[in-house]
Design a protein around this ligand. Structure first.
Ligand SMILES: Nc1ncnc2c1ncn2[C@@H]1O[C@H](COP(=O)(O)OP(=O)(O)OP(=O)(O)O)[C@@H](O)[C@H]1O
Length: 605
């Protein structure tokens, strides 16, 4: 955990691609399609800018004509013009805000979909290296930040930048000398804003990486809560969570401090600009060089200018956070899946479903030695082949090569003569039903869990599959029968019931090839009998490779292969292998329970 955290933090610190490149890519991928909405929003922004400048301009006749010359007609006109300007500003603000929100939310929606599509297509090796919760946080924490950037960031920058330009133009139109004084002070504020931006991005990257860590940690602790409690590891886990929470706090605080610093810089500089304008402008008014109306209109413009500049400075923080999120999103999207379907790959054509392993070799990147080292065997159509061997011998790895969860480094896996690497994933997976060692169920109804095997299956078909899996009776006894929701990973069911549901799902799929990684979890005799019968029925009429841990399973196999260190060391029927007195005989002494026979703890008396 510590090394991982350090690595992730290191990744977070690493400098990413430039903001311009990221923005350009985001625009091309997700913003360009919405140019209509954006154009409308820009129109509204222009209206906000125009009405804001108009409000400042109204100060001129208000002072010169109403206060100095007591002109009642102008007073009435101004009295009318002010509400008109404010109503226009209010409406335009409403328009640009809703439009930009729509754009922002759509972009986030599109990003989430693109990220999901990409992740779903990634291979098993990728998921084996990632923390699930950290991946989930890309969708939640990261993309929420992106939404903030687009909805508030672009909106503020768009509206305020246009307003700022229009007010600066007003300043120059009102009085060039005063305008020059005012605008020489403000550009000085841009420099610290730009410099601090980089640090905000770095803090945001760190915060997002740590949020992913926190999600991963919490998920792990809550899932393992029984172990945490009984091992009295509460304090230990609390310390780990607290350390991550503290790192997030530090990153967030850094961003906040920078945001506050930017605001402070703008504030101080504005003070200097105001002072300079008041001193110089005031002198000109008293000397009769400048009329008071222009002076007041100028000061009002400057006041109105101060807010947008401050907001633009502050928005840099939000923008940098969003950019860090986009950077992390593209980091995932740009990682291509290691296993890909060939271009124009044909669909697998299944006849009997014969499976051949031909000199298959595989070394996991993280392991020293090979997991499979020249594995060759044949599972004839409709036959059951059992793979047995010690723990870590490579049995599960062999099974994973059939649905192409991994690709062999050498050799081939063939189904009815077709290399699994040459056909489409869809057709390959359609031909295979798999029951894994780890029972995977969804927090949904019993019916939905079984129907996963064949979407659109009728109630009669679902019940039929359940009957064959010896599950129908216990399902009917559940509080709401087939509608009972079974909890995360089926926690509201017993181990045997969970297994039978998984078998029913595979039964409903009715695929010609069955891959069975027999669960080692101990079931009581009655439960095991039910599960065994269900497995037997499931095997009928299919080519089956079963990783067997129990003698009762291998007895029914057509042939048994004993695997050791990634290769077959013995093959034959149960009786023949037993008579050989080799590894199989050793394994049988412990009912194929995977432990080396010499282990004194498991050798039967
Ligand atoms: N995803 C993985 N990444 C790296 N190494 C792996 C991975 N999966 C398995 N291994 C390694 O490959 C070897 C074979 O593992 P495999 O799971 O195939 O054994 P097995 O015979 O099925 O064992 P068991 O009966 O205990 O499940 C082991 O040394 C294991 O540590």
């Amino acid at each position: 955990m510590t090394t991982r955290t350090a690595r992730e933090a290191g990744e977070a610190e690493a400098a990413g691609p430039s903001t311009l490149r990221l923005v350009g890519r985001l625009i091309k991928d997700h913003l360009a399609q919405q140019w209509g909405l954006i154009a409308l929003a820009v129109l509204c922004m222009l209206a906000v800018a125009a009405s804001t400048s108009a409000i400042a301009w109204l100060m001129k006749p208000a002072v010169n004509d109403v206060f100095a010359r007591h002109d009642r007609d102008v007073l009435m006109l101004i009295a009318l013009a002010f509400p008109v300007a404010f109503v226009l500003k209010g409406l335009a603000n409403y328009g640009q805000r809703t439009l930009m929100n729509r754009v922002g939310l759509r972009v986030v929606q599109r990003c989430r979909e693109a990220l999901y599509d990409h992740l779903q297509g990634m291979d098993i090796a990728f998921f084996a290296q990632q923390q699930t919760a950290a991946l989930v946080s890309r969708f939640t924490v990261d993309l929420t930040l992106l939404k903030n950037t687009i909805t508030s960031g672009i909106m503020v920058v768009g509206r305020d930048a246009v307003t700022m330009v229009s007010l600066v133009v007003s300043l120059f139109l009102l009085d060039i000398e005063l305008a020059l004084i005012a605008v020489t002070v403000f550009p000085a504020a841009v420099l610290p804003i730009a410099l601090l931006g980089k640090r905000v991005r770095k803090a945001a990257r760190g915060m997002q990486a740590q949020s992913g860590q926190l999600d991963a940690l919490l998920l792990q602790v809550f899932q393992a809560i029984r172990v945490v409690k009984v091992y009295n590891a509460g304090e230990h886990e609390r310390a780990r969570v607290a350390a991550t929470v503290d790192r997030i706090y530090r990153h967030l605080m850094r961003s906040e401090r920078i945001g506050a610093a930017i605001s402070m810089v703008v504030e101080i500089l504005s003070g200097f600009a105001f002072a300079a304008v008041v001193i110089y402008g005031g002198q000109r008014v008293t000397a009769g060089d400048l009329d008071p109306g222009t002076f007041f209109a100028f000061i009002t413009s400057l006041f109105l200018l101060y807010q947008p500049i401050k907001r633009i400075g502050g928005v840099n923080v939000v923008a940098q956070e969003g950019m860090a999120a986009v950077e992390r999103m593209y980091g995932v999207i740009d990682t291509p899946p290691a296993l890909r379907e060939g271009k124009d790959a044909p669909a697998l054509v299944v006849g009997g479903g014969e499976i051949v392993f031909d000199d298959v070799r595989l070394t996991y990147p993280t392991q020293e030695g090979p997991a499979l080292d020249g594995l060759s065997f044949r599972a004839p159509a409709g036959a059951t082949v059992a793979l047995v061997g010690r723990s870590g011998a490579g049995k599960s790895t062999a099974l994973q090569l059939v649905p192409r969860f991994y690709d062999a480094d050498g050799g081939r896996v063939l189904i009815d003569g077709q290399d699994v690497r040459a056909v489409t994933f869809r057709s390959l997976w359609a031909a295979i039903a798999m029951v894994t060692q780890e029972i995977i169920l969804f927090d949904d109804s019993v019916r939905a869990n079984i129907a996963y095997g064949r979407p659109g299956a009728s109630q009669a078909e679902i019940e039929d599959a359940a009957r064959h899996a010896a599950a129908h009776d216990f399902i009917l006894a559940l509080p709401e029968g087939y509608d009972t929701v079974i909890g995360e990973q089926g926690t509201r069911l017993s181990g045997g019931q969970r297994q039978r549901l998984v078998i029913a799902r595979a039964m409903l799929k009715n695929a010609p090839i069955l891959l069975l990684d027999e669960a080692t979890s101990a079931l009581d005799t009655e439960s095991e009998r039910h599960v065994r019968q269900a497995f037997e029925r499931l095997r009928q009429g299919r080519t089956c490779i079963v990783v067997a841990h129990r003698l009762s399973t291998v007895m029914n196999a057509d042939i048994i292969h004993v695997i050791d260190a990634g290769r077959i060391v013995e093959s034959g029927s149960h009786a023949a292998l037993l008579a050989e007195g080799g590894l199989y005989a050793d394994l049988c002494a412990t009912d194929l329970s995977d432990e080396p026979a010499e282990d004194p703890e498991v050798v039967p008396a």
